[in-house]
Design a protein around this ligand. Structure first.
Ligand code: PMP
Length: 414
């Protein structure tokens, strides 16, 4: 009966936000969630997004249309995101894919929704096993488990302050080969790996993609932070570009999945704006249309259709040149501040040996603290970070940086 339902484990990240809200310490600092805050500690709307919102507000027709979107999203959004991902972000071979009509596309409930729809399609038709980096965003496991994967495995990614690419690839070679004809998907963080902030070099990516390709694995590119590495969104799609590179152009025989989000780079977190693109082999036999039809089926049965407002904002930002330029400036500004905080903390902490601080990208700083030290930081100093030792740089500002660094130094002495 219903009384027998066991309590589910609290979300590792969002559970801490609740605890933070109840903390009475006046110096408390929340460095858990990956939401960008300005130097005053405020979550603000990006100027490009605010401009787009004003234009939407002024447009009576757009503004009053609360009807349903199509199942896989509105056509203007699809067109502008496809142009952004496969035109601007991958100018080499992307446009050819579009001309050949080889991308099946759905507007999704942000990056999480893209991963959910992708995992469902993969589990239904394409793969039995999925590989996730260790460590990774904890929700990867939840999403793949909830959408049909019983066999989820982790590959070594980062240990003791550094990437372990050779170990990762050796393990894949040994384990994937030994499972014979079983199909394998693999989740790749496109940039700003969460939680470590450490990404492979271009040379390492080349080796990684060659191995994945050789083992006939299906790449699932999780691009949740496009722009937050270099400050320039198209530039940060380098893994996508490399996957579409000439030598690999037609040879992801079981598809290439791109799960993309405007949560972080447009600050549209709660509006749930993202996309799933499935790149299929050349389309003589109507593969793209059949994949389209399955995406529709999956979305229809899960939530029927995506929400409208946020996608209108994103469409405007992407499609109006003046707004797109403003957006690039906004992203560069965010990244400039995050990098400044990273450098300032580095100086204040004086922890040269702890991790490869300077090589980390994006919103997070992976401190290398143990979960015991993280607990102490929370209980004694009311500084909140996730138990894996990840802190969100954007929660650090002029008002709290000294306090945060003092607390960090104190707990590392324990
Ligand atoms: N993938 C990774 C690695 C993430 O860190 C996040 C956000 N925390 C997401 C996907 C998805 O986020 P959203 O659903 O808000 O776009």
């Amino acid at each position: 009966g219903i009384e027998a339902i066991p309590r589910a484990a609290p979300d590792r990240i969002l559970g801490l936000t609740e605890q933070f809200a109840n903390d009475l310490c006046k110096n408390k600092v929340n460095l858990t969630v990956g939401v960008y805050k300005d130097s005053w500690g405020q979550v603000t709307t990006l100027p490009s997004v605010a401009l787009a919102q004003r234009q939407i507000d002024a447009d009576v027709e757009l503004n009053t249309d609360l009807s349903y979107l199509p199942i896989t999203g509105c056509p203007e959004y699809s067109a502008s995101v496809l142009r952004f991902l496969f035109g601007e972000s991958s100018p080499g071979y992307g446009p050819r894919l579009l001309r050949e009509d080889r991308v099946s596309f759905a507007q999704t409930l942000s990056g999480t929704g893209a991963l959910a729809v992708a995992s469902k399609l993969l589990a239904l038709f394409l793969a039995e096993t999925v590989w996730i980096p260790q460590p990774s965003w904890p929700n990867h496991w939840n999403v793949f488990r909830s959408n049909g994967f019983a066999d989820i495995r982790s590959y070594p990614y980062f240990r003791d302050g550094r990437l372990v690419v050779d170990e990762w690839l050796d393990m894949l070679r040994a384990q994937v080969r030994s499972t014979g004809a079983r199909r394998h998907a693999i989740v790749l963080h496109a940039c700003c790996h969460n939680p470590t902030g450490a990404d492979p070099t271009r040379d390492e990516w080349r080796k990684i993609l060659d191995t994945i390709h050789e083992l006939q694995m299906i790449p699932v590119i999780d691009m949740a932070y496009q722009g937050l590495e270099s400050g320039n969104p198209p530039r940060d799609a380098y893994v996508l570009r490399m996957c579409l590179d000439e030598s690999r152009y037609e040879c992801w025989p079981n598809g290439l999945f791109v799960c993309q989000s405007f949560a972080k780079n447009m600050g549209l977190y709660g509006e749930r704006v993202g996309s799933l693109s499935v790149v299929v082999p050349p389309n003589e036999s109507g593969t793209r249309e059949r994949v389209d039809s399955q995406l529709k089926q999956i979305v229809r049965s899960a939530y029927s259709s995506p929400p409208g407002y946020g996608s209108r904002v994103a469409t405007l930002v992407l499609s109006k040149p003046s707004l797109r330029m403003q957006w690039y400036k906004d992203v560069a500004f965010m990244v400039g501040r995050l990098n400044q905080v990273r450098r300032d903390m580095h100086e204040l902490l004086g922890w040269p040996g702890l991790t490869n601080f300077e090589q980390q990208h994006g919103m997070f700083y992976y401190t290398g603290l143990s979960s015991k030290q993280v607990d102490l930081l929370r209980s004694k100093y009311s500084v909140y970070m996730t138990s894996d030792g990840r802190l969100s740089l954007s929660g650090v500002n002029d008002q709290n940086i000294e306090y945060v660094c003092k607390a960090l130094k104190a707990v590392t002495r324990t």
